[in-house]
Design a protein around this ligand. Structure first.
Ligand code: GDP
Ligand code: MG
Length: 162
């Protein structure tokens, strides 16, 4: 009965890429076209000697209509099953209305939420990531799921609240 870390966020922010980065292998399906992740895929992961389930969410991506409702519902399910939620946003794009739908759900939970500012591939992106302090979701962790930048600090932060 391992603790559960769920990775949530709107399509294309890099959830599956982050899952692969954490696993250290390519298992989660990454696509340039949003909408390919199957619903709630569990992977056994390890960091700093601790084992946990890593959940790649995104099944709602298939339902193009009513996306706001689906997003909120997905967040709801993830929050319920997770001990810690990683909320992934694209730091280069900033917060969209779809992100906002998810935030509404995440703000209500008393489960810890770790804010992930993804696609910070170099130091220039740090400023956009820091702007996410304004969300009131705590410290935004700048990472590049693609290149690995910042992922160790992120995982340390997740384990601290796990
Ligand atoms: P998901 O829909 O949230 O699971 O997103 P994916 O993991 O499938 O990634 C969507 C796209 O964003 C793919 O083209 C990835 O290569 C790209 N991507 C993911 N993480 C990063 C990152 O850290 N930096 C950059 N530049 N691209 C990324
Ligand atoms: Mg995905």
């Amino acid at each position: 009965n391992l603790p559960v870390v769920a990775v949530v966020g709107r399509p294309n922010v890099g959830k599956s890429t982050l899952v692969n980065r954490i696993l250290g292998r390519r298992e989660a399906v990454v696509e340039d076209v949003p909408g390919v992740t199957r619903d709630r895929v569990f992977y056994e992961a390890e960091w700093a000697g601790r084992d946990f389930w890593l959940v790649d969410t995104g099944g709602w991506e298939e339902k193009v209509e009513g996306i706001a409702y689906s997003v909120a519902q997905q967040a709801e399910v993830a929050v319920e099953l997770a001990d810690v939620v990683m909320f992934v946003v694209d730091a280069n794009v900033g917060i969209t209305t779809t992100d906002e739908q998810m935030l509404k759900v995440l703000r209500r939970t008393d489960h810890p939420v770790v804010l992930v500012a993804n696609k910070v591939d170099d130091a220039r992106g740090e400023l956009e990531a820091a702007a996410l302090w304004n969300l009131g979701m705590g410290e935004p962790y700048p990472v590049s799921a693609l290149h690995g930048r910042g992922s160790g600090d992120l995982l340390d932060a997740v384990l601290r609240v796990l």
